[in-house]
Design a protein around this ligand. Structure first.
Ligand code: TXA
Ligand code: MG
Length: 336
């Protein structure tokens, strides 16, 4: 059997069998591809950490097919019910207190009293969870610290045989990981910006704190401590021109984007060295493209990827968060 398998009903049934037996399956979701295991099986969840090279202090998101399934894992309050009503299925992860007697492996919580739950909208993810009849633990399906995968090919490149089986379900539509909101305290805290924007959360919850970086050595989201989303090539953000040896990740019009030595980027850059997140400046389109374009530019042979400015509003906040982490990661430690 080849590693990448089109997600037919037979392949989904086969993947569910594999999960039931404690194996791993990479699955498509609307945000990014995930590396899934039966969330109630300790050894299977441990195998995720092993395959990704992920530190065990970093908890994983538990994926469910329905709100009722989530309510067997965590204690919902009125805010969680409202957000589930509004944004599920979809790119929103909620951190809630772990329910007493929950069947989910303690490894998913990595020692925290909470569990992160998400109900994805991708039909293949939903069918797989339903076929398994149990929740699926799944971080992004990439080696720890590298770019998240938005296609089955990205998963194969990053994890190879370690992914077990890759269910192919097209290019991820959102393209960025889910928004993570911590609802375990009195005031909701957004720990990671994503497909559901801060504006949307504030509109429905009122006050929402934002904590994208750990405020002390006890981060609310352990993943924040780690090197993240990094290509191998260096990034230079807020570029207003392109320098010698640089590739360009553009956003919007290229009319005035020049080369430092003279000439326009559009005419001077070699084939494959220029990619535009969205020619019309559409942030949804840019989010869907950002990881795939970083993956592609990472291969082109440039010394650095210059990145044009992207507005810090709506989905732009999430795109800029990932770009900043990718740019900071080359120098940062500790590494995942
Ligand atoms: O869109 C997504 O969320 C994708 C798809 C596959 O669903 N998953 C994903 O998982 O991005 P991962 O493991 O790459 O990122 C999950 C983040 C990590 O930063 C982790 O530290 C944090 O969520 N997290 C998970 N459980 C948590 C918990 N109980 N408390 C605080 N942070 C948690
Ligand atoms: Mg990840």
């Amino acid at each position: 059997m080849s590693l990448i398998v089109q997600a037919t009903p037979e392949a989904i049934a086969q993947a569910a069998e594999r999960l039931r037996a404690g194996g791993l399956v990479a699955l498509p979701t609307e945000t990014v591809y995930g590396l899934g295991a039966d969330a109630t099986n300790d050894r299977a969840v441990a195998a995720i950490f092993e395959a990704k090279g992920r530190p065990t202090f970093n908890p994983v998101i538990v994926h469910v097919a329905t709100r009722a399934q989530a309510e067997e894992i965590v204690d919902f309050d009125i805010r969680a019910r409202l957000l589930a009503e509004l944004f599920w299925p979809g790119p929103l992860t909620m951190i809630l207190p772990r329910k007493e007697g929950s069947a989910v492996s303690l490894l998913c919580s990595a020692g925290l009293p909470t569990v992160a739950v998400r109900c994805p909208s991708h039909p293949v993810a939903r069918q797989l969870i339903t076929a398994l009849g149990r929740p699926i633990a799944a971080p992004s399906a990439n080696a720890s610290g590298t770019l998240s995968p938005t296609t089955p090919q990205h998963v194969a490149q990053s994890l190879g045989e370690k992914a077990g089986m890759i269910l192919a379900g097209g290019k991820a539509a959102v393209g960025l990981e889910s928004t993570v909101v911590d609802l375990s305290g009195a005031v909701p805290v957004m720990l990671r910006p994503g497909g559901v924007t801060l504006d949307e959360l504030q509109m429905h919850l009122g006050e929402v704190q934002v904590e994208l970086e750990p405020v002390n050595d006890k981060p609310k989201s352990p993943g924040q401590l780690l090197r993240h989303y990094a290509p191998r090539t260096a990034l230079r953000l807020h570029a207003v021109d392109v320098r010698e040896g640089e590739a360009l990740l553009a956003f919007g019009s290229l009319k005035f984007m020049g080369m430092q030595g003279g000439g326009f980027a559009k005419q001077k850059l070699p084939d494959g060295w220029l990619m535009n997140l969205s020619e019309t400046g559409d942030l949804n389109e840019a989010a869907a493209n950002v990881f795939a374009m970083l993956h592609a530019l990472d291969e082109c042979g440039a010394t650095t990827i210059a990145v044009m400015n992207i507005p810090d509003t709506g989905l732009g906040l999430a795109i800029n968060d990932r770009l900043k982490r990718a740019a900071g990661a080359q120098a940062a430690s500790p590494q995942e």
